[in-house]
Structures are given as structure tokens and as C-alpha cells.
Design a protein around this ligand. Structure first.
Ligand SMILES: Nc1nc2c(ncn2[C@@H]2O[C@H](COP(=O)(O)OP(=O)(O)OP(=O)(O)O)[C@@H](O)[C@H]2O)c(=O)[nH]1
Ligand SMILES: [Mg+2]
Length: 222
């Protein structure tokens, strides 16, 4: 029997993530890894973000799903490059999976690559894919206790999107208290509260993405 230690596998992932990072740096792609529990609104947010930023910025999506390509098909309708990864059971993407699909993307022509990770608030946070930025989504219908119960994704993320703001009056979600708890976990995290469906708050989120893109561009030239 062959036995693999989880620590060794994680170390191998870190090595592969570093290679991905070098590749992204070479082509000056800003890479964003989107993490949330199932149904928090990752694909919807991407659809609306594409409406805002494309074609001004060239955007591609690496779409992670266990079995289907439904999200990938939704995003392809926006006329962008989409690469689908089906993990056939695995609950997260890893750096090797991402490395395996990079050759089909025209990296030299892309400003931002979004990686939609699998719907899971736990495992994806443990695997560096070589991205510049992790963004965690939380929808108001999931309950106020989620950041405290699943802190790793919030600790590791540069930004948190609190989504489905249009539903807040139908829930017991306490925006101020949850924002405070998220800041207790990660004092430097940016928090955007928005409704991907209704469009409220999307402008601030998209402006922040543009700022992140410009910052990466400047750091590549100095
Ligand atoms: N009311 C409301 N519904 C939303 C909002 N954003 C997304 N939804 C709905 O939430 C459901 C799930 O949205 P998706 O974008 O598919 O969520 P996801 O995180 O990509 O889901 P997985 O990829 O399966 O993890 C859909 O029915 C969306 O229409 C929002 O801002 N408000
Ligand atoms: Mg999705």
C-alpha cells in the first residue's frame, strides 16, 4: 500500500502554486480565486462583473465544478474565454489542476483571470493556486455565524463580498455585527456588501478590481 501524508501533498501543492504564480507574473495577469459555500452567488457575481468590466479589460475564467459545466456555460455567454475543470469528486481545486489548463488560455492577452472555486467554504481555503488575491463570498441567507465558524477563508482573503443584500430584510443577518466579526478575524480585509442580482453595490466592487489590476500592472513595470 502507498501512503501519502497530507503535509507532503500540501507541500507539493505549494511548489506548483509558486510555478503558477511565476507564470501569471510573466504575463502580468491579475488572478483572483473566488471562494464560498454552494450557492452564495459566485457565478452570478462573475456574470455581473463581466458586464461592468468587459471588454474594457480582457477577462478569462477558470471554472471549477465537481461534475457539470453549467456555470462555465453561463459565463461563456458573455463572450469571454472560459476553461472548465471538473474535479470528479474532489471538493476543491489545487494548483496542479490549474497548471494543467493554463496552456489553453491566451495568457498574454488577459488582464484578469477569475478562478471560481468549488462551492465549499472549507477545503478551497487550504489550497494556494498561485493567485494574487483570494476573495470570499458570504450571502446573507447563510447566517451570521459563518465567518466565526469557518474563519480560514476569511483570514486568507483580501476581500469579502457579502452578497444577496436584497434579501437581508427576510433574514436575521446583522450586517454590522458580521462585518465586525470578519474584521476581528482579518483586520485588513476589504468588505463589499452588494446584491449581484439587483446591482446595488457592484460599482464599488468593480472599482476595487480595477484598482487591484492597476496596482499589479504598476508593480510589474517597476
Ligand atoms: N436574491 C438574490 N439572489 C442571488 C443573488 N446572487 C445570486 N443569487 C441567486 O443565488 C443562486 C445561486 O447563485 P450562483 O451564482 O449560481 O451561486 P454559486 O456560488 O456560483 O453556486 P455554486 O457554483 O453552485 O457554488 C441563484 O439562484 C442566483 O440567482 C443576489 O444578489 N440576490
Ligand atoms: Mg457557481
Amino acid at each position: 500500500m502507498k501512503i501519502f501524508m497530507a503535509q507532503d501533498l500540501l507541500r507539493a501543492n505549494t511548489g506548483m502554486a509558486k510555478r503558477n504564480k511565476r507564470e501569471f507574473a510573466h504575463y502580468n495577469n491579475l488572478v483572483i480565486n473566488l471562494i464560498s459555500s454552494p450557492g452564495a452567488g459566485k457565478t452570478t457575481l462573475l456574470e455581473k462583473t463581466l458586464d461592468f468590466l468587459s471588454p474594457q479589460l480582457k477577462i478569462a475564467v477558470i471554472e471549477g465544478d465537481i461534475y457539470t459545466s453549467r456555470d462555465g456555460e453561463r459565463l461563456e455567454k458573455k463572450g469571454i474565454e472560459v476553461v472548465q475543470i471538473n474535479t470528479a469528486g474532489a471538493c476543491h481545486l489545487d494548483a496542479g489542476m490549474v497548471a494543467g489548463v493554463l496552456k489553453v488560455l491566451p495568457l498574454d492577452k488577459i488582464d484578469i483571470i477569475f478562478i471560481e472555486n468549488l462551492g465549499n467554504l472549507v477545503c478551497p481555503a487550504e489550497f494556494d493556486l498561485g493567485e494574487d488575491i483570494k476573495v470570499v463570498l458570504l450571502s446573507v441567507s447563510e447566517g451570521s455565524d459563518k465567518p466565526a465558524k469557518y474563519p480560514l477563508a476569511f483570514r486568507q482573503s483580501r476581500a469579502c463580498v457579502i452578497n444577496k443584500l436584497d434579501l437581508i430584510d427576510y433574514t436575521d443577518f446583522d450586517l454590522e455585527r458580521v462585518s465586525g466579526e470578519i474584521k476581528d478575524i482579518n483586520g485588513s480585509i476589504e468588505i463589499f456588501s452588494l446584491s449581484a442580482v439587483k446591482g446595488e453595490g457592484l460599482g464599488e466592487w468593480c472599482n476595487w478590481l480595477k484598482k487591484m489590476r492597476n496596482r499589479k500592472k504598476i508593480s510589474a513595470t517597476v
